[in-house]
Each structure stands twice: as structure tokens, then as C-alpha cells.
Design a protein around this ligand. Structure first.
Ligand code: MN
Length: 269
């Protein structure tokens, strides 16, 4: 918990310093930004396992973090089921999603989700892409995902749905190139969550705990919303103003669930 709390300001400082670093040559192998803080790598490994524990990620999906030493780089596992990810599997990419240190390793096809969101959102330092099951119906239905309770108050900001057909017509639904990644980032806008029609969702945060929290409670909200709808009456959602008033409590208390999730996830490693 303590590491997370004292890391936040250093990420901000590093981001400012890193913005002066040269970009990678187009199409070439980008220079490495150097090794990241082992505590951050540990958080990224933990995030993979936490999201698997919570039923957000299964054999598929991924979570990344922006490199604290260079805002033009991000860290993401090689192509591997999230529950199996260890520190040695973490790779470094530039924001065009070229690997800095591939060493023959297979990469996630949809890594462009991460690179293009980091380009579009300087405030974002962590990204989760999942197919978390309870959320999927809300990406294909005319019923919008809305906040059912305070834990998912962040949904009051609105939940856009990315329609890949509008970006590229008929596809295999995968965000497999930078153009599709940019289209997804445009749909996300300034929100913490976007649904991907017929596919899954993406959540973003200022750090790993926030992106993880949003992914978990988007999934929980979807389950609860379906239950509320199933009762048959009308549903009284959290009002936008209530959501706005509650949101500071998420930032104020997130260290508590994060510490619990991380401890449980790493204990079983
Ligand atoms: Mn996917």
C-alpha cells in the first residue's frame, strides 16, 4: 500500500521529464527507456492475477502500465494467459506498439488498444482490456450500462460503446492495428470505461489500482444491473450528481481493496 501511495507523485515527475525523450524511429526498434521500478512490475504482475481472480480476465485480455521513465513507452506482458504472467514476461513497447525488447517473444494482437489510448490520454497510466462476461450484453443491447450503486459511481460519467463497424466495416472484431486502436480511443474520449460491441471492454486509470478497480466494478455493476432489471419494476440508478459526489471516496479508499487484492493474488503465486 505504502509503495502505491508514494509512487503517484514520482510518476508525474517522470512523465514531465520523459516528454523530452526522443521518439523511436518510425518502423524501427524503439530504444528502451530502461528497467522500470521492480515495485511497479510487481503491481503489474499482481494486476494480471487480481483480474483473473475476479473473473474479469480469463485466458484472454491484458493489462498494461505506462513506463514511469518515459511517457512514450508502456509495459505489457508477452502473449500469455494473465494468471500465468510473471515479471520476466513483461515487455516494453513504444506508443506505436513496436517492441523495444522482443527477443522472439509472441505479442498480444490487440496491444494497439494500449498504445493508442496512451497517445490520446496523457492522464492515463494504466489500461485493462477484457472480455468480462457480464458486461458484454450491455455492448450489444439498447439498454445502457448505468451505475447501480456507489462502488461503480464512476459510471455516471457515461459509458460509450465502440462500434468497430463504424470504424472499419466488417472485421474479425479484433483491434489488430493502430487505426482501430485510434478509433477505440476516440470512442473512449475522456471516460474511464468504454464497451466494445460484440467483444468486451476497456478501462483506464491514472495508475494500475484505478484501472483494475474500474474493470472489477464495471463487471460487478453489470451483474447487479441485470439483477435489478430482472426484478421487473423500474430501476432507480445512482443520479449523476450522486456519482460525482461519491467519486472522491474511490480515490480516498482505493488503497484498501488494492492491498487486499494484491496480497491474495501474490500469495497464490
Ligand atoms: Mn479482445
Amino acid at each position: 500500500m505504502a509503495t502505491f501511495l508514494h509512487r503517484a507523485p514520482s510518476i508525474l515527475l517522470n512523465t514531465v521529464r520523459a516528454s523530452m525523450a526522443p521518439d523511436s524511429p518510425a518502423g524501427g526498434t524503439p530504444a528502451s527507456a530502461g528497467p522500470a521500478d521492480p515495485d511497479l512490475i510487481e503491481d503489474l504482475v499482481a494486476a494480471n492475477r487480481i483480474l483473473a481472480d475476479q473473473g474479469v480476465l480469463d485466458g484472454y485480455g491484458h493489462v498494461s502500465v505506462r513506463h514511469p521513465g518515459n511517457s512514450g513507452r508502456y509495459l505489457l506482458s508477452r502473449s500469455l494467459a494473465p494468471e500465468l504472467v510473471t515479471a520476466g514476461d513483461i515487455m516494453e513497447f513504444d506508443l506505436d506498439s513496436n517492441p523495444a525488447d522482443q527477443r522472439g517473444r509472441t505479442m498480444y494482437l490487440e496491444r494497439f488498444i494500449h498504445g493508442e489510448i496512451y497517445k490520446a490520454r496523457p492522464d492515463v497510466n494504466a489500461v485493462v482490456h477484457s472480455h468480462s462476461p457480464a458486461v458484454v450484453p450491455f455492448g450489444v443491447s439498447s439498454v445502457a450500462l448505468k451505475p447501480i450503486y456507489h462502488m461503480s459511481a464512476f459510471l455516471h460519467r457515461g459509458v460509450p460503446v465502440f462500434e468497430i463497424r463504424e470504424a472499419a466495416g466488417m472485421t474479425d472484431l479484433l483491434v489488430r492495428d493502430p487505426q482501430l486502436g485510434r478509433a477505440l480511443a476516440r470512442s473512449l474520449g475522456d471516460k474511464p470505461v468504454a464497451l466494445m460491441r460484440g467483444h468486451g471492454n476497456v478501462t483506464v486509470g491514472s495508475g494500475i489500482p484505478f484501472a483494475v478497480y474500474y474493470a472489477i466494478y464495471t463487471e460487478v455493476n453489470a451483474r447487479l444491473q441485470l439483477q435489478a432489471i430482472s426484478l421487473g419494476g423500474s430501476v432507480n440508478f445512482i443520479a449523476p450528481e450522486e456519482g460525482k459526489l461519491y467519486e472522491p471516496n474511490i480515490a480516498g479508499t482505493i488503497a484498501r481493496p488494492w492491498e487486499l487484492w494484491k496480497k491474495k493474488a501474490l500469495r497464490r503465486a
